[in-house]
Design a protein around this ligand. Structure first.
Ligand SMILES: [Fe+2]
Length: 175
């Protein structure tokens, strides 16, 4: 039998690799890596939810929505990869198991539910708005922690989510 892996004992935020000497204190780096891992979990759950809806959408606009949701999935995929690698750039680990993502994300999945097209769009919109509000707080925190690089990085990510939210809102007003 394989030993039980206790994920709670992992220290994603501890900067333990080769010294990261970039003018930010170790303590601040660890806090920033924590923020990034939180954003990563949120985005990963939303990524999965977007794919679920891409697969299962039933709507008179099926062709448009099916393609649109796949495009949104691709955009989120890039964002997820960037956020994970940003945490690595600062010397931390990136959480990368479904268990950890689910347990540390504020975005909720809807197992067993297959909402109609508009509800899918509305759910995704709400999740993007939650992420945008969180990113806005994290940008401010990164500035307070004297990391303009990550503040700028998260600002770019927030803009990506704002654009995706606009597109979702526009779909909701075309009926
Ligand atoms: Fe597909």
């Amino acid at each position: 039998m394989l030993p039980q892996y206790d994920y709670m004992k992992t220290t994603v935020t501890s900067v333990s690799e080769i010294n990261v000497d970039i003018g930010i204190s170790k303590n601040n780096l660890e806090k920033i890596i924590g923020l990034l891992n939180h954003d990563l979990a949120d985005e990963y759950i939303l990524l999965t939810k977007t794919k679920k809806y891409h697969w299962n959408v039933v709507d008179p606009r099926f062709n448009d929505l099916h393609k649109f949701l796949d495009e949104q999935y691709e955009l989120l995929s890039v964002a997820v990869d960037d956020v994970a690698e940003r945490a690595r750039s600062l010397g931390g680990k990136s959480r990368a198991t479904l268990k950890e993502f689910i347990e540390s994300s504020q975005i909720r999945e809807d197992p067993g539910a297959y909402p109609d097209g508009d509800s899918m769009l509305g759910n995704l919109l709400k999740d993007h708005e939650t992420i945008i509000k969180t990113l806005r707080k994290h940008i401010e925190e990164c500035q307070e922690l004297e990391d303009e690089g990550t503040a700028n990085f998260l600002t770019d990510k927030m803009e990506v989510h704002e654009k995706m939210a606009w597109m979702l809102r526009s779909f909701l007003h075309t009926k």
